[in-house]
Design a binder for this molecule. Structure first.
Ligand SMILES: NC(=O)c1ccc[n+]([C@@H]2O[C@H](COP(=O)([O-])OP(=O)(O)OC[C@H]3O[C@@H](n4cnc5c(N)ncnc54)[C@H](OP(=O)(O)O)[C@@H]3O)[C@@H](O)[C@H]2O)c1
Length: 182
């Protein structure tokens, strides 16, 4: 048995509870992960409050990301003891996610936790930070270099924007941060 946050659909709307689940209830997947950390993403907020139809399958364990240790695997890339991270792939929306102590996932969705980063640090960076990193990576791959001028970051005080500023500055770019806040 393991603990998880479970969102269920009822005739009156939805209920959310911390409950005990059996491993046999876990969804299809080829890797079982002992979840150490997840984040509370905006999408999780929408799912848990029911303010927006984020959840597509019921009942649902929310949590669009997670970091933890592989417990069991029949996927060629992963073995018990591996440290992994997951962001997205409909996890927490169509497939049980990270706000539970265990998750059963597709090995193809996982990435190895880089050496020197703990599961806690990975989830402190979170899916917002990971998204910022993907954005910076895309700019670099498109040939944008610091000598080409300032990089404008909109939504600068937000989760994605603030990490994008830090990453760009560290990589030597001059950042122009745009904010609607006084
Ligand atoms: N967080 C994730 O995991 C994730 C993943 C993929 C994509 N995204 C997308 O990335 C974007 C930013 O996400 P986030 O998590 O950083 O959100 P966030 O933390 O809420 O930040 C969004 C920022 O946008 C600015 N903003 C808000 N309303 C605005 C408006 N009407 N016009 C212009 N700027 C406005 C605000 O910054 P100022 O007050 O400084 O202007 C706010 O801090 C969103 O479009 C989101 O859907 C997020």
């Amino acid at each position: 048995m393991f603990s998880a946050l479970l969102i269920s659909k009822t005739d009156e709307g939805q209920t959310v509870e911390v409950t005990q689940l059996d491993e046999a209830q876990l969804p299809e997947g080829d890797v079982v992960v002992a979840v150490e950390y997840s984040t509370l993403n905006y999408k999780d907020g929408l799912a848990i409050t029911g303010k927006s139809p984020v959840v597509r399958k019921w009942p649902m364990v929310p949590g669009i990301d997670l970091a933890g240790t592989v417990l069991e695997s029949s996927h060629a890339d992963w073995k018990a003891g591996d440290k992994v991270v997951l962001n997205g792939f409909g996890v927490g929306e169509t497939h049980w996610g990270g706000l539970g102590q265990k998750a059963k996932l597709k090995g193809d969705w996982l990435i190895a936790l880089p050496a020197g980063i703990t599961a806690r640090q990975a989830m402190a960076i979170g899916t917002a930070g990971y998204t910022a990193a993907l954005c910076v990576d895309a700019l670099v791959k498109a040939g944008v270099t610091p000598d080409k001028g300032e990089v404008l970051v909109t939504g600068a005080t937000g989760g994605v924007g603030s990490v994008a500023i830090a990453l760009l500055a560290k990589a030597g770019f001059t950042v122009a941060a745009s904010s609607g806040k006084a």
